[in-house]
Design a protein around this ligand. Structure first.
Ligand code: EPU
Length: 348
């Protein structure tokens, strides 16, 4: 366990926002966090768990103790009748883990290739892309209670997964926000693999490549190509992926919006409600390419806010600029469509 003071966080958040952690503790193993929590004052102190920093907006220096999770390890733990159970340490890079599963012949995560962040953060917001969500492949996780030091295991229903949501995002009595640190996550990957197709971008690739029966590796490569074409690489231009959730509306609300603008991109869900493409709503309000200070709306995908000054040390967007831009977008979408967009990243 390493305790450091006044540590710059610019390289630890994919938005590349300049801010400091007053205290940062690197957690490289379960023993590190157990040792940290063995001091009673550390159990009562407020703490902030940092994974890959790919889903946060820093609005100033972080005063709670930052626990930077660097727990590594990837292994096949068990084979059941239907699944291969694969486990990864919370500090493993998500995309590298997906690539590793494919190299070892454990397909099932390929649709979620190239999502930035760590394995430990993946259940927190129930990441998802191209028709597969983390909850579809999740088996269980081990975590440590940061107030008591107790280690516990949660299955999928205990994680209360929702769309980009879980028990780890909620701070109420039942929630685990800032109260738990995820140590490792286990995935149940199907022994009999079937491709998840049907998403417009994937179907387009199948047509282009004249391939109706892709391998997991092909889907992996297609997803990487699709994402690289429309999402900014955080190593080049700072961002936190989709900044807003796609809103869900009732059938009536959807009809009302279609009447206002017949081109609105919408998908019916199993329960009869409709999901609207937030990117389309923002784009239609004319936001693509607009900026507040150094915070901007990405030119190729209006759902992504970017830090236009992320390459230059100290001159990039502030968290305040990002949030001012986000609020202006929310207001304009609300005024035009009557829908209040919800933000996806955690504002710190
Ligand atoms: N669209 C526009 N203009 C834009 C952006 C999108 O008209 O500026 C339209 C597109 O043409 C398309 C529709 O909106 O018809 C949906 O766009 P896209 O397929 O790019 O997906 P999305 O709904 O914007 C969601 C996830 C992404 C995920 C993709 C693929 C959310 C908030 N976002 O984006 O997840 O990769 O689907 O499954 O659910 C993330 O969460 O960080 C993320 C990148």
């Amino acid at each position: 366990m390493m305790v450091e003071k006044n540590i710059p966080l610019q390289s630890f958040n994919t938005f590349r926002i300049v801010a400091k952690a007053l205290t940062l503790v690197r957690i490289a193993s379960q023993a590190d966090i157990v040792a940290f929590l063995s001091a009673p004052e550390n159990r009562t102190e407020t703490k902030f768990v940092l994974g890959g920093g790919s889903n946060i907006v820093l609005t100033g220096d972080v005063k709670p103790v930052v626990l930077k999770v660097e727990i590594k390890g990837r292994r096949l733990v068990q084979e059941t009748a239907k699944s291969l159970i694969v486990e990864a340490g919370a500090g493993e890079n998500w995309h590298d883990f997906v690539a590793w599963t494919l190299q070892h012949g454990y397909p099932g995560l390929e649709n979620m290739a190239l999502i930035p962040g760590t394995v430990g953060a993946s259940p927190v917001q129930n990441i998802g892309a191209y028709g597969v969500e983390l909850q579809d492949r999740f088996e269980s996780l081990d975590a440590i209670d940061l107030t008591t030091g107790q280690i516990f295991t949660l299955n999928a229903s205990q994680c209360a997964f929702g769309y980009r949501d879980s028990i780890f995002k909620h701070g109420d009595k039942m929630g685990l926000k800032d109260r738990a640190l995820i140590l490792r996550v286990r995935f149940a990957l199907p022994k009999v693999w079937k491709p998840v197709l049907g998403y417009a971008d994937i179907e387009k690739k199948m047509e282009q490549e004249n391939c109706s029966n892709p391998t997991p590796q092909q889907i992996f490569e297609w997803v990487c190509a699709i994402r690289s074409a429309k999402l900014p690489d955080p190593n080049v231009i700072g961002n936190a992926g989709s900044f807003f959730k796609n809103p869900t509306v009732t059938a009536e609300q959807c009809e009302d919006i279609i009447a206002r603008d017949p081109k609105v991109v919408h998908y019916q869900l199993d329960d009869g409600t409709f999901k609207l493409a937030a990117g389309w709503l923002i784009d239609t309000c004319g936001w693509k390419g607009k900026s507040v200070g150094q915070a901007g709306v990405y030119e190729k995908q209006a759902l992504v806010l970017v830090n236009r000054g992320s390459g230059t040390d100290g001159n990039g967007a502030t968290g305040g600029e990002v949030m001012t831009l986000a609020r202006a977008i929310q207001t304009s979408v609300y005024e035009r469509f009557g829908i209040m967009l919800e933000t996806e990243p955690v504002v710190v």
